[in-house]
Design a binder for this molecule. Structure first.
Ligand SMILES: [Zn+2]
Length: 442
């Protein structure tokens, strides 16, 4: 009876919420009040694929969903992105019959890395993709090692893990387990030997605390690592990017499958590889997967092309409070063949909660922008002075930097001030403030 009531409450409040334009976590919250273990009472399908980690969950889920739909599989996924237990409950109950049976054959869930342990207390994913662990939203999430403990608690014994072998911390989840699928990248021409970041989270072995050494790093602490003390090292991979031409936008997986990239950032390659590994693992044909992923354009608004006056540009939605996300966008802007202007906007740090903490700016290596490919750098928004102070500690010539607390005024100057491409690096909380004054091209 409680089950029936919880489903009813969820469906009704979801319907009402939609009419009122409300978010998707409230119906699940109400359902959990009526029946706290409702998720354990639902009859779920044979395949439950979950994705968690710091960066790229939404993109990876979108790609897996796209491939599975293309393959004609009957799937449902939480595309609204409410990934904590309330949102996941709303999503699951809304896809159920009143009797509590999930209507599709496959569930695909993006799960918040800290809350996964609450969601997966009630049911176990059959496949669990863990993409990476980075410093992310420290004021809300805590340190990666703290998030690590939260994810570890969320992993059921019976679940098949699909793990990024290039991330040392993520790799420890596979220690001592048999049911693990590993993915990673071989040595690429863009790799480095040393960490290029301001800090190095790959210095010490997460197993024994010994010194980690790297044959190569793709970026930050992601690469081919090994511990001199205990022998913990990058695991052999089942699915591997064997070559990548990021200029041309082509990656090669397992020496044969080629996939064209709609966006040529290395993090996009990881998302593609994670999706590829997950889809192969559930039995989809690799040619089918590569056809579906070929030049797949993400719909989640992470990369938006726009026109501003006579100029064109790309907005690279990056995550405030996440240095790796920022550095990947900065690297993209700084390595283009033709020079452009770069805009960094920090106006509201999070759209989900209030914080005025800007210490994360010191974790970002802004010296990446000290490149001939970068003309002017526009620092905009409420926290432009924090940005300006941070940039004063870089080697970037001062005359390249322009500061605007008023975003509108900055945009007007850009509109009239040049012809080059514009690269905007900012967060979801601030991106509309820029895009609303432009014409979007896609
Ligand atoms: Zn070790």
């Amino acid at each position: 009876m409680r089950k029936f009531l919880a489903i009813l409450v969820c469906k009704l409040s979801r319907f009402a919420g939609k009419l009122l334009g409300k978010g998707s976590s409230m119906p699940g919250k109400l359902a959990l009040k009526v029946c706290p273990n409702i998720l354990g009472k639902i009859s779920l399908p044979k395949y439950i694929i979950a994705v968690t980690g710091s960066n790229g969950k939404t993109s990876t889920v979108e790609m897996i969903a796209h491939v599975m739909e293309d393959a004609g599989l009957n799937i449902a996924y939480n595309k609204e992105g409410s990934n904590q237990i309330e949102g996941v409950t709303t999503f699951i109950l809304n896809n159920c019959t009143m009797g509590g049976k999930f209507k599709k054959d496959y569930i695909l869930i993006e799960s918040d890395e800290r809350y996964a342990k609450y969601t997966f207390k009630h049911f176990s994913p059959t496949h669990y993709v863990i993409v990476n662990l980075y410093r992310d939203q420290l004021t809300r999430n805590g340190h990666p090692l703290w998030v690590y403990d939260a994810i570890k608690e969320s992993i059921p014994e019976s679940t098949k893990l699909i793990l990024n072998a290039d991330d040392p911390l993520i790799s420890t989840f596979g220690e001592g387990r048999k049911n693990v699928v590993w993915y990673g990248m071989d040595n690429l021409s863009t790799d480095t030997n040393e960490s290029t970041g301001v800090y190095d989270d790959g210095k010490y072995c997460p197993v024994c605390g010994g010194k980690l050494s790297y044959d190569y790093r793709h970026f930050n602490h992601i690469g081919s690592f090994s511990c001199e003390k205990c022998g913990f090292k990058k695991h052999n991979t089942n699915y591997t990017v064997t070559a990548a031409d990021l200029e041309e936008g082509v990656v090669e997986i397992d020496g044969s499958t080629e996939i064209g990239l709609a966006f040529t950032g290395i993090y996009n390659v990881y998302n593609i590889l994670a999706a590829y590994a997950a889809c192969c693992t559930v039995g989809i044909d690799k040619n089918q997967i590569s056809t579906s992923l070929n030049n797949f354009v993400l719909k989640n608004g992470r990369i938006v092309r726009f026109k501003l006056g006579d100029r064109t540009g790309v907005l690279l939605a990056s995550k405030h409070e996440n240095s790796i996300s920022y550095e990947q966008s900065l690297t993209y802007a700084a390595t283009r063949k033709t020079p452009g202007d770069v805009v960094v906007i920090v106006d509201r740090i999070s759209r989900k909660y209030y914080t005025g903490d800007t210490s994360w700016l010191w974790d970002i290596n802004f010296d990446i922008l000290n490149s001939d490919s970068v003309n002017k750098i526009y620092l905009m928004g409420l926290y432009c002075s924090d940005l300006e102070l941070r940039f004063s500690y870089t080697n970037i010539p001062k005359e390249k930097i322009k500061v605007f607390s008023d975003i509108h005024a900055g945009i007007e100057e850009l509109r009239n001030g040049g012809k080059e491409e514009i690269y905007v690096v900012t967060c979801f909380s601030d991106k509309e403030k820029f895009l609303s004054e432009t014409t979007m091209l896609q």
